[in-house]
Design a protein around this ligand. Structure first.
Ligand code: PEP
Ligand code: MN
Length: 337
């Protein structure tokens, strides 16, 4: 259920209702909107609960939440949410661009990438230090050494560092260096990991599993939100279909669909979504035209020599050119960069 407070409800009234919700054995989540405050009351609904809450001070209405996901739902928070880390702002009318190599490979590689991202107007630096690779024989990432290099790149450029955390036991380590924690597609339904990132004070970029439905993605986000971390971004990175001309199939309708169902920002990954560098600029542009809140793009100083995903990485010039196009489209659809 959601307890919708009256427009002028006081902090005391909200706190009182939080206690009432908890007293009924439900878990309260307070969501502060621009118009009014609502309290999502999560748990099993029983007889009389609605009536009991309705009589509370400062309460305007008590309504059921129809969607299977609750805190992520637009029913609970009609206005879009913005997630921010340093100068990276994603959502609620702001378009944020995250770019960088698939994997951190060396100091020279990550620092030069960070400079290119900054120069082109990006606000987030991506780079995997813990890499989920299909084969155990492929490069697995530089681990903590890579995290240190990301931190050095942030030191120089001020970019927000976005990097993947693969396991519960690494959450504190990665959160010690990262501004945004990425949960990769392969881990979208690793529920213990979702709970773990729900308990740290870092925004989370949650990537869609290649065979996950929209409801499964939203329910995965709900695990993080339910632990008390409100800063979740959903990332469409392509799904597996019968089609083989691209690495994955990138459904851009995800943007409009999620904007209808959730207040959480939507980030598009045209790199993994296509698997071919030549397709990335146009798909990035199309995503912005469809009002994506963010983009995450793989770039590399020398894509041919990349240790992972070079075939889908832009070089610095291609990235700068893509950013010029994106800026014009963002302007046309009313997104601020
Ligand atoms: C990545 O971002 O490099 C990555 C491994 O992404 P995904 O989890 O979407 O495959
Ligand atoms: Mn990659």
């Amino acid at each position: 259920m959601i307890v919708v407070m009256e427009k002028g409800a006081t902090g005391e009234q909200v706190e009182h209702m939080v206690q009432r919700v908890a007293g009924l054995g439900l878990k309260p989540h307070v969501i502060y909107g621009t118009e009014r405050t609502v309290i999502a009351a999560i748990g099993e609904k029983r007889e009389q609960m609605k009536e009991s809450l309705e009589s509370g001070p400062g309460v305007s209405a008590v309504m059921p939440i129809l969607a299977p996901y609750k805190i992520a739902s637009r029913e609970v928070k009609p206005e879009p949410s913005m997630v921010a880390a340093r100068d990276l702002q994603i959502g609620a009318g702001r378009l944020g661009v995250i770019a960088g190599p698939c994997s951190v490979e060396s100091e020279e590689q990550i620092i030069s990438s960070a400079r290119a991202v900054k120069a082109a107007g990006g606000a987030g630096l991506r780079g995997g230090a813990f890499k989920p690779r299909t084969s155990p024989y492929s490069f697995q990432g530089m681990k903590e050494e890579g995290l240190k290099l990301l931190a050095a790149a942030r030191e120089e450029t001020g970019l927000a560092v976005v990097t993947e955390v693969m396991a519960c036991e690494d959450v504190d380590l990665v959160a010690g260096y990262a501004d945004v924690l990425q949960v990769g597609a392969r881990n979208m339904q690793n529920y213990r990991l979702l709970e773990a990132v729900g308990n740290v004070d870092r925004p989370v970029l949650l990537k869609r599993g290649p065979s996950a439905t929209m409801d499964e993605l939203l329910l995965a986000a709900e695990y993080i939100l339910n632990e008390g971390n409100p800063n979740v971004m959903l990332c469409e990175r392509g799904i597996r279909t019968f089609e083989s001309h691209t690495r994955f199939t990138l459904p851009l309708a995800t943007i409009a669909y999620l904007h209808r169902k959730t207040h959480l920002p939507v980030v598009i990954d045209p790199s993994h979504g296509t698997g071919h560098a030549y397709l990335v600029p146009d798909m990035a542009a199309a995503a912005v035209a469809a009002k994506a809140d963010g983009l995450i793009i793989e770039i590399h100083p020398d894509p041919e020599s990349a240790l992972s995903d070079g075939y889908q990485s832009l070089n610095f010039d291609q990235f700068a050119e893509t950013m010029t196009t994106i800026r014009r489209i963002a302007d046309a659809v009313g997104l601020a960069m």
